[in-house]
Design a protein around this ligand. Structure first.
Ligand code: VGL
Ligand code: ZN
Length: 206
């Protein structure tokens, strides 16, 4: 397929989401080779980096008596509580060592406000605070988005759904993603993406 006006948006391929990391996604590092293989075909390449300050309110450790993977209510709504992960400047927040990063045009950090999580690359979890990515993409004339990375059912899905809602032609490269799958969240995410008009493609088709 031709990839004119298309960007590859690689979500959170960081050590903490890979095997051995603080919030490991099963087989998460398997996405690296697929992403490295397809990235050169895209005229625009964007990486996101989950980038939390210590004591971030998405961490279970910031809430007395809460354990990871429980939920709580924050001022903007329900929030899953995670193990401490992707703390700014730590080895866990660094990109996987084999991910090719030199060819990226933009590295977008998200989740840097202590009180608001940000799964999506476009809007923080209050669903209102923009990251600035829509303006960046539009001003570059990008109209098509292909998502890859971690985790399929959280940051990839939220980003892809927001991308489609913003009017971009949006697809997820399924073999370039892996999910966490908390209580059926992976199937639910694919259903919500389909509902939002997000296409599902595989890397050999690119
Ligand atoms: C993510 C949970 C918490 C993700 C980030 O990248 O999918 N998930 N922070
Ligand atoms: Zn996070």
């Amino acid at each position: 397929m031709t990839l004119e006006n298309a960007a590859l948006v690689v979500i959170d391929v960081q050590n903490d989401f890979c095997p051995g990391g603080a919030l490991e996604v099963p087989d998460g590092d398997a996405v690296v080779a697929v992403i490295n293989a397809i990235a050169p075909r895209f005229p625009a390449r964007i990486l996101t980096q989950d980038w939390h300050p210590p004591g971030h309110l998405s961490f279970a450790s910031s809430h007395e008596g809460k354990a990871p993977f429980e939920t709580t209510t924050l001022p903007y709504g329900e929030q899953v509580l995670w193990p401490d992960h992707c703390v700014q400047g730590t080895a866990g927040a660094a990109f996987h060592r084999d991910l090719e990063t030199d060819g990226a045009d933009l590295v977008l950090r998200k989740g840097f406000r202590r009180g608001i999580d940000s799964y999506s690359a476009f809007y923080e979890n209050d669903r209102d605070t923009p990251t600035g990515l829509v303006g960046y993409l539009r001003s570059r004339g990008i109209s098509r988005l292909f998502f890859a990375g971690l985790a399929t059912d959280f940051c990839v899905a939220w980003s892809a759904i927001d991308g489609a809602r913003e009017g971009f032609e949006t697809a997820v490269v399924e073999d370039a993603c892996r999910g966490i799958d908390l209580e059926g969240s992976l199937d639910a995410a694919w259903a919500q993406m389909a509902e939002a008009g997000v296409a599902r493609v595989r890397s050999p088709a690119l």
